[in-house]
Ligand binder design. Sequence first.
Ligand code: ARG
Length: 460
Amino acid sequence: MSQPLWGGRFTQPTDQFVQEFTASITFDQRLYRYDIQGSMAHCRMLARQGILTTAEADQILAGLTDLLTDIEAGRFDFSVALEDIHMNIEARLIERIGPVGGKLHTARSRNDQVAVDIRLYLRDEIAAILAFLTSLQGALLDQAEANLDTLMPGYTHLQTAQPVLLAHHLLAYFEMLQRDRGRLQDCSRRLNQLPLGAGALAGTTFPIDREWVAQQLGFAGVTRNSLDSVSDRDFALEFCAASATLMMHLSRLAEELILWSSADFDFIELSDAFCTGSSIMPQKKNPDVPELVRGKTGRVYGNLISLLTLMKALPLAYNKDMQEDKEPLFDSIDTVKGSLKIFADMIAQMRIKAGNMRTAAARGFSTATDVADYCVRKGLPFRQAHEVVGKTVRYCVETGKDIPDLSLEEFRRFSPLIEADIYDFVTLEASVNARTATGGTARSAVAGEIVRARQQLEGT
Ligand code: ARG
């Protein structure tokens, strides 16, 4: 069995179960590439500073390269006795190149090592997530473009409010995701400081060059306090918070897709590829993918709370508790990536039932506000106009009529200000296209926003 690297002060071996309980190798092995990348930069720096000889550094670098090849080829046997990814790699290095491998850990501790590994890893994962985000936003824009003339009911309280363009509705999600992008980019920028060189907690007695290592690893700078460097997990928290918000947005979209694909709404049809059937009811086509994304939002919230609770009240600097940072972080990364990917494909393939959306948009007196606005333009204070149209709607409800079907005589019972041109204002198109101010649902405004959104996306 592999021996731990810290056995010196111990007289008894660690209990087998304790070993398993304290090990993180089962989940932190995914950091291997970043662990090796960090070690290589550290090793080169040690040689540049004369802390290692060039020959020693070359041996170590060659050994690390071999280990990377082995791991990627699936030839590396991860050992629980060696606790974590850092000691697995270091122990195998020593095994392979001899005691000189033991010089790699000069001027370093696992505490600053793990901090640099997670930062490198998360930096890459955020870049990957941003690419998935771009695909989803692209799919939303494509659908928006294709549905620039598709009318649908806009809701508040899930009650028909005013007609909107489906394109406008989809662009609302584009905006949410654009803010999510900003949060993730902020997180990536803030985490991009090298913690390596903090040692276990107090710094190191060796003449290291942290700035050089930072440059090698693509960090914008170095962290300024060794205690903070090994005890900070703000970057993971920020990521988990940004992920929770992003998933909240996806779950709102998921909820709408689920509603819209029900027989009662019947606004869209999701491609068969994203649905499943029922084992008993032959007619069922269930929207499993949006349901699962809505469900998975819960675990991403949970991950944020786990991490906040984990870090709460920990004394400086490193504590073993912090090993528990990885699973929530990894889970949020995996969930967000998977959800974005599957949503991009699903949105691209979703079929819009424009006729049904239009029919629904015309229900519920959705142009009532337009009649009120009409009266206001004729000089009536808005509050009175609201009252006039309220009574008109009540009349419609009682007589089973719709606003555009009323005769001019009927309209004028409620206000003599209403004239024959009222009919130009109560169609769905007129209602939508009257809302031309920036951010409104008029076709011209929405077309402009699509162009703007495309440019934003191309700039990313
Ligand atoms: N596996 C550990 C973690 O993930 C690495 C750091 C361990 N440091 C220590 N002093 N035990 O946090």
